[in-house]
Design a protein around this ligand. Structure first.
Ligand code: RIB
Ligand code: CA
Length: 301
């Protein structure tokens, strides 16, 4: 049995999915709004299929949050959700069927299921609301999201949480096991210009495309006066693939749903393990995690 990936298909999502595919079977990918609109995310997915020959079933999920808003990260990633320094993903014509029935079928056919969530949690919350009987089949959702100490989309909130905090609250209320790989963990794994050069010099058959996408991703930081950029989604993938490189702590996770300044903030309390409803990252071997994440962009295994 493989894993399921839920993604808002930006550059770091792509890097994470390439990493997972090198190590595990992927049974399905459900798409969500987030880095860009759902329509653009679907375009990015079609492009990834064309560039990398993916055969995994891909499904179209939520185009908006549970309460109807459409918050994207386009101001960071551009309208494509995937900046490039030159070579871009090929253009195709998306025709993905709805994600919820496929996700339900997958859960009905498997037990002890592992999900890697790389965007807003809307698709998984929709599942929780429509088929709560299937939630016991989920062993864990490993989610790139949240920020124990700070945010990125707002000073308080990380983007995936901010885009649909009700979705996170629904999953937490249903006691769905979540391992939250938050900003503090991801910010310990960064790329530099040298990594872009290494990818370009690698013998990966798509080295030019991957180098231009990694460079476009790094430019998010460079254009803001920083010379390194955190790898977000690949770190969550690494936590699922190689948990021995991480230290986990039981925690009570909550999210703020109201407020002008703190909506979407994730509040993490590790003081009372008996009240835990999830796990967070309390440490990681950043060097080996970084090597693992970048290996997917340099080796075509
Ligand atoms: O805050 C980082 C997260 O938001 C990543 O998953 C990135 O792809 C965007 O979805
Ligand atoms: Ca993402």
């Amino acid at each position: 049995m493989g894993i399921w990936i839920d993604s808002d298909m930006g550059a770091d999502d792509l890097f994470a999915i390439l990493l997972v595919m090198q190590h595990r079977q992927v049974d399905g990918i459900s798409l969500s709004f987030g880095n860009a609109t759902l329509a653009q995310v679907e375009q990015n997915a079609v492009g990834a299929v064309g560039a990398f020959g993916w055969t995994v079933p891909i499904w179209a999920g939520a185009d908006r949050a549970i309460l109807g808003s459409v918050e994207t990260a386009e101001q960071i990633h551009g309208t494509s959700g995937m900046r490039t320094r030159g070579v871009a993903l090929p253009v195709g014509k998306p025709a993905f069927a709805p994600a919820l029935p496929a996700l339900c079928t997958w859960l009905e056919s498997n037990e002890d299921c592992e999900v890697l969530a790389l965007g807003p949690l809307t698709n998984l919350a929709t599942l929780a609301l429509s088929r709560p009987d299937l939630l016991s089949r989920i062993r864990q959702i490993t989610w790139m999201g949240g920020g124990v100490t700070s945010g990125n989309h707002t000073p308080s909130a990380e983007f995936n949480a901010f885009a649909d905090p009700e979705a996170l609250a629904i999953l937490l209320a249903r006691n769905v096991p979540i391992c939250m790989v938050d900003l503090d963990a991801c910010r310990q794994v960064e790329i530099t210009e040298a990594d872009v050069s290494d990818v370009r010099a690698s013998d990966h058959p798509q080295n030019e495309l991957l180098a231009d996408l990694l460079g476009g991703y790094l430019d998010i930081a460079l254009t803001r006066g920083r010379d390194t950029m955190a790898l977000y989604d690949p770190v969550a993938a690494a936590a699922l693939l190689r948990p021995e490189l991480f230290t986990f702590s039981s925690a009570h996770i909550a999210t703020e749903l109201s407020g002008t300044h703190c909506r979407g903030r994730t509040i993490v309390d590790t003081r009372n393990p008996d009240q835990a409803n999830g796990t967070v990252i309390s440490g990681l071997d950043s060097g080996n995690v970084r090597t693992l994440c970048l290996s997917a962009l340099k080796e075509n295994r």
